[in-house]
Design a protein around this ligand. Structure first.
Ligand SMILES: N[C@@H](CCC(=O)N[C@@H](CS)C(=O)NCC(=O)O)C(=O)O
Length: 217
């Protein structure tokens, strides 16, 4: 059965799943979410219209983390992105939650605010989001002192999350040079072939970035 991924290459949550798919060379069909017809097909599958969404036969899987978990269970490849050891898997899942909730969520808050019409901005919420990013960068910098990847020596689900979220977080609220461990980690993620491929595929869409994409990366 063909795996179908409803996704857009420029979306951070889609890049999280694409990185996992590319890590294992997992075959899939991309259902590109450009245009009204594609969005109507997505809404028929998932009324929240958030993406990515994975479809296999009559099974619809929502949420990037759950899609990667689904791939690990039903289409495992040579690289296990979730350790089989339950204690190690817990560390991976905890770091995955960190990147979703404390890097991506505030990053999206700043970006979505920039897309709001005049008169409906939320400066207080944006300031809170930027403060949360600063706190998250500081915490992560300490965690990454002696780690290569988010949960230790092995590339995992948590790194699939970290890669796009730190990528766009730096564009949105620059990671200060004082957080050298975070900046080095972001560079390692950008050099990882699976994520580098996702970044390359998204290049044609950089004009979509509401804050203006910087001329780097
Ligand atoms: N919790 C979801 C979040 C997915 C998400 O926020 N996707 C963004 C694209 S990066 C989206 O669907 N944006 C469209 C919208 O907000 O209507 C996940 O983990 O997959």
């Amino acid at each position: 059965m063909t795996l179908q991924l409803f996704a857009h290459p420029f979306s951070s949550y889609c890049q999280k799943v694409l990185t996992a798919l590319y890590e294992n060379d997992t075959p899939f069909e991309m259902r590109l979410l450009e245009g009204r017809d594609a969005m109507r097909d997505l809404a028929a599958r998932w009324p929240m219209k958030r993406f990515p969404v994975l479809v296999e036969g009559d099974r619809t899987v929502i949420e990037a983390t759950c899609i990667i978990e689904y791939l690990d269970v039903h289409h495992p490849g040579p690289r296990r992105l979730i350790p089989t050891d339950r204690a190690a898997a817990l560390d991976v899942r905890m770091m995955d939650r960190f990147f979703d909730n404390y890097i991506s969520t505030p990053q999206q808050k700043v970006v979505f605010d920039a897309m709001r019409p005049d008169g409906s901005h939320d400066p207080h919420g944006v300031a809170e989001a930027r403060a949360m990013l600063e706190t998250a960068y500081a915490w992560l910098d300490n965690v990454m002192t002696e780690r290569t990847w988010a949960a230790g020596d092995d590339f995992s689900l948590a790194d699939c999350a970290a890669a796009p979220f730190l990528f766009y977080a730096d564009w949105t609220h620059r990671i200060d040079d004082a957080f050298a461990n975070v900046r080095d980690y972001r560079r390692r993620l950008l050099a990882r072939p699976s994520f580098a491929r996702a970044v390359d595929e998204a290049r044609p869409y950089r004009g979509y970035f509401p804050l203006g994409a910087p001329d780097r990366d």
